[in-house]
Structures are given as structure tokens and as C-alpha cells.
Design a protein around this ligand. Sequence first.
Ligand code: FPP
Length: 242
Amino acid sequence: MRKYTDRELKEFGLAPDRIPKHIAIVMDGNGRWATGRGLPRAAGHRAGVNALRDIIRFTSDIGVESLTIYAFSTENRKRPKDEIGILCGLLIEYFNREIDELHQNGVRIKSIGDLSWFPTAVQETVRAAERKTADNPGLKLNIALNYGGRAELVRAMRLALSETDEPDEAAISRNLYTADSGDVDLLIRTGGEERVSNFLLWQIAYAELYFTDVKWPDFTRDELIKALKDFAGRERRFGGLK
Ligand code: FPP
């Protein structure tokens, strides 16, 4: 489903055999982006959704297989009701506006986390997007909504125990929300903090970590290309020797 040829990828400075299969992103810094401009935090989230649009399109076009984005953590439930309401509104707006184009581009949408906590309208919108795109062959877009890595692991372990008395690593892996996306190759966090924040704890065991001060609304495809070039230059040994 890749749109670009090897030659075009090289024009971006990207090595075709060094594109990560699975990228995960902590999209941090929306609030500070807005307040730094004297705008309400909601403006930052709105700008964040625009940034996301382009990043999804580009990752899909360069042939990344899976993109997992942290849209709402279990800890985000502690935010003021108003801000949660705004994020829910943006989510619905985003799906309504983007779903047709995502579908045409073969993107398969899946939410990860406990969706049942959200208002019915959010649940219905997300489920409809999942159903519509379920059989698509392109980018697997996992959207973490009310997601926590430890909660995912507890869930996976319980499910694995219902299959077998002595679950092994494979049994845990296949019961994760992201089972069909596999391990994360590259974890990106924008916004200047260098933390994992309970995101994909199992899946990032051997991920390369990339932190940038750039706030999420300013994370353009050029910034992603920087991260991808950095990734391409890393030597991945997975605990072995070269
Ligand atoms: C972190 O910025 C960002 C979030 C908590 C939400 C991310 C959500 C979006 C980009 C939009 C909604 C998602 C979709 C899929 C439509 P922050 O508020 O923590 O920023 P700060 O650290 O500067 O306060």
C-alpha cells in the first residue's frame, strides 16, 4: 500500500529498508503550544488534530505498517471536565470529517483501551469507524483512548490465563490490544518530556526512543523525517552482539 517508490523515499533522505514497521507516538505539548500563544488549551488540541492528519497520511504513504497514537490516557481522566468534553468533541469531529479519506486510503482503525468510559456518542463514532475500516489492507492505525499500559497487561494476563494455566510470552503478546501490530520499533514523544507514561509497556521492550522538544502541533512531516533518519542510523542489536 506504499505510495512512494524507493527513489522518492531516497529523495526524502529515507532508506527504504529502514522504515520502522510500527511507530508509536505520545502527542504531547498541545496545551503549552496554545498557552504560549495566548490561546485557550482547546486551540492546541485542535491544532494537534491537524498535525495528526498529516502524520497519518505520511506514515501511510511511506509504508509504515502500524501507527499507534496516544490520544487519551487513563490518567487524562483527571483533567477538568471541560477539557475532557472538548477532547471528546474533537474526536467525534475528527472521525466524522476524516473517516472517508482514511477508508479510501486503506487505513484500518482500531481503538485500544477501555472505550466504555466515554460518552455513548464517542463510543458509537469510534466503533462505526472500526467497523467501516475493519477489512482494510493498509496502515493499521491504533488509537489509544482511555488506555494504560499496565491495565492492558493485566487484561492480557487474565485472558492468557483463561487459555492456559501457564501463559508464556507468546500467550501474553497475542492477548494485547495491539497483537496484530507486534512490537514497537520507534517510540516518538513530542513536547520535551522524556517519559514513557504508561504507554505500550510490553510492546516497547526493544523500541528505539526518540524525544523532541517540538510540541505536537508543530510536529510536521519534516519533523517525522528527522525522527526516521535518526532511527535509520541506530544500530539495533536486540540484546545480542553486532
Ligand atoms: C497532550 O497535550 C495531548 C493530549 C492529552 C491529547 C492528544 C489529543 C489530540 C492530538 C487530539 C485528539 C485525538 C484524535 C485522535 C482526534 P497536553 O494537553 O498534555 O499538552 P501540555 O503537556 O502542553 O499540557
